[in-house]
Design a protein around this ligand. Structure first.
Ligand SMILES: C[S@@+](CC[C@H](N)C(=O)[O-])C[C@H]1O[C@@H](n2cnc3c(N)ncnc32)[C@H](O)[C@@H]1O
Length: 274
């Protein structure tokens, strides 16, 4: 079966729409990627040209098609304990943060959490390093634009190979073994799952709904596709809910060239609110 063609004019329509809605700036070179990744979706929906699919996309009020489009052209790749250096850094930061607290309350935002490995890693980390973990009031707010990945995140179910690569002690405390269609899987234990609030949230276009301060924010490997203006605005919003001294984590390949007056580099892609 031949691929459905994407003309430069059609590509421009998608480019403008995606930039406006998600802040992702698609270069001309991305035309082949959009065409390749979306062809299957067009056939599923019964379209034989990209213009018809474009109309469908912009008229979809639910936002589901937009999320699907973004998933198709970007990546949801994630893993437990990703960016080792940052977890090492947290080992020394955590006691400091805890001793400065008046209440036994921790609030953390995992922005662009994908299928949940990041927010659950935060909990596993706290479980391992926080004395009296159970007596703390801990909530992780985990958001992503894609409902599909959030469904997986909410289930807390992961492949055995992925989980068995983790230290045994972590697995014992954070997972229970289950069988699905007679295949072994692992599910995050309910006592950890209930500490995460998963929500669909578009970092670029949704109204900023957060008012209370977070002890830290993770936004790792999310803004790689955003252009400078969008990145600037998203980071500015983060700084409004980060108290002085609190850390903001990016992916190791992401660096910050602006906001120097409000954020200072203190570790491997870790910035501190000034
Ligand atoms: C590569 S994953 C990163 C997951 C995790 N933070 C990590 O570092 O392992 C990027 C995630 O960002 C989400 N994303 C992309 N654009 C977004 C936007 N505008 N608002 C919210 N989430 C977005 C994607 O759906 C995807 O799940």
């Amino acid at each position: 079966m031949n691929d459905i063609d994407l003309s430069p004019k059609e590509f421009n329509l998608f480019r403008d729409y995606i930039y406006e809605k998600v802040g992702i700036a698609l270069s001309d070179q991305k035309s082949t990627l959009v065409k390749g990744r979306l062809n299957k979706r067009l056939r599923q929906l019964g379209f034989d040209n990209f213009r018809a699919y474009y109309d469908y996309l912009v008229h979809d009020q639910s936002g589901d098609e937009l999320a699907l489009f973004v998933s198709a052209i970007s990546t949801n790749v994630t893993s437990f304990f990703r960016e080792t250096a940052q977890w090492k850094w947290l080992e020394t930061y955590l006691p400091q943060m805890i001793s400065a607290k008046r209440e036994k309350k921790i609030r953390i935002w995992s922005a662009g959490c994908s299928s949940g490995e990041e927010p659950y890693t935060i909990l596993m980390f706290l479980q391992q390093h926080l004395k009296d973990f159970e007596s703390w009031d801990i909530k992780i707010i985990a958001t992503d634009i894609s409902e599909k990945v959030l469904k997986k995140a909410i289930s807390g179910i992961y492949d055995a190979t992925q989980v068995e690569a983790l230290p045994k002690n972590t697995v014992i405390h954070a997972f229970e073994k289950i069988r699905i269609n007679n295949i072994a899987h692992y599910q995050i234990v309910p006592s950890l799952r209930e500490k995460v609030m998963f929500r669909t949230y578009n970092l670029v276009t949704d109204r900023f709904i957060f008012k209370n301060h977070f002890d830290m924010i993770f936004c790792r490997n999310v803004m790689i596709y955003f252009d400078d203006i969008t990145r600037l605005e998203v980071i500015r919003r983060f700084t409004t809910v980060l108290p002085k001294g609190a850390p903001l984590f990016f992916g190791s390949s992401e660096s910050l060239t602006t906001h120097r007056e409000s954020l200072k580099l203190i570790g491997s892609s870790i910035y501190q609110r000034l």
